[in-house]
Design a binder for this molecule. Structure first.
Ligand SMILES: [Fe+2]
Ligand SMILES: [Fe+2]
Length: 304
């Protein structure tokens, strides 16, 4: 079986599939970047996710959209629909810091996987956008390695704590490259610019400056990821002049209010190219205009 998922909530579409589960459009040809992205998702290896193999140097000549692809994960990862973020007062315990960093690791994993997915799902996106997504995937792999190394220093390993596939449950609903840039780049990665410094300060206050430094490095890298999304949305005709422009690109039931932390990290978000007016609207938006989120719609609160 080529296409499967090991996480609850990750359904594959079954129409037009070969007996082995792959759609008739099937698997990208060997030696292409699309096949590399496909194999990145289909090889059940955490090591490969953290240290991707070298890229081929050619793109498929006439790629088809392969939004149906879902990641195959190592059995060592345990999934849950609900996970609790450790409270600040518990972070003096190494196991609680490891649990927190394990959550961050899993966000990096999903982000890297979703950039590979976007390359496959949106072949119509301009080549520099697809190239950029691959570049960001390598950044996410670097972030995974940073977190995994510190989790080991704390006496744990990847797989020791359950993880929640919130990104994968939501992002594949994006119908277009611009929707993906909005949700993944401006929404999820943008929200992490708000949450990251708060968690870094919590880890430093708990006596783990090394963990705090890792988060601060990750956040610095993520500014460039958000800027990539903002700049390309602009080039593709989405100027993000009001929050409504942003919300229109988000697949329901995602609301901008789920994609920010308060206070906003205005300095980082401004560096990423978001305007003061847009940030004012993001800061002011409230959940009352939408139904209360269900358990699975709650915001993610951790950096990726
Ligand atoms: Fe990122
Ligand atoms: Fe990251």
């Amino acid at each position: 079986m080529h296409v499967t998922s090991l996480s609850p909530g990750l359904e594959m579409h079954n129409e037009n599939k070969k007996d082995n589960g792959a759609p008739l459009e099937a698997i990208p040809p060997l030696g292409t970047i699309e096949r590399w992205a496909y194999d990145y998702l289909q090889t059940p290896s955490i090591e490969l996710r953290m240290s991707p193999p070298p890229l081929p140097n050619k793109w498929e000549e006439k790629p088809v959209a392969r939004a149906w692809v879902r990641p195959l994960r190592p059995p060592s990862l345990r999934f849950t629909h609900r996970s609790k973020t450790p409270k600040a007062k518990t972070l003096s315990q190494p196991s609680q810091r490891a649990k927190l960093l394990h959550t961050f690791f899993h966000h990096e994993l999903q982000a890297g996987e979703l950039f590979a997915w976007a390359v496959l799902a949106f072949p119509e996106a301009p080549l520099p956008v697809r190239r950029g997504w691959i570049r960001l995937l390598f950044d996410e792999a670097k972030h995974m390695r940073m977190y995994a190394a510190h989790i080991e220093r704390l006496g744990h390993k990847i797989g020791d704590f359950p993880v929640r596939d919130w990104f994968w449950e939501r992002v594949p609903a994006c119908p277009s490259a611009t929707s993906f840039l909005a949700l993944m780049g401006v929404g999820l990665e943008g929200g992490n610019l708000d949450h990251g410094p708060r968690f870094a300060a919590m880890l430093e206050a708990a006596g783990d400056p090394e963990a705090g430094a890792i988060l601060r490095q990750v956040i610095a890298d993520e500014v460039a990821h958000v800027r990539f999304a903002v700049e390309w949305l602009g080039r593709l005709g989405v100027r993000l002049e009001s929050l409504a422009d942003f919300q229109a690109l988000l697949p329901p039931p995602i609301s901008p209010v789920l994609l920010r932390g308060l206070p906003l990290n205005r300095e980082a978000r401004t560096q990423a190219g978001l305007s003061g007016k847009w940030l004012d609207e993001l800061e002011a938006c409230r959940l009352e205009s939408r139904p209360k989120p269900t358990r699975n719609e709650e915001a993610t609160e951790c950096p990726n």
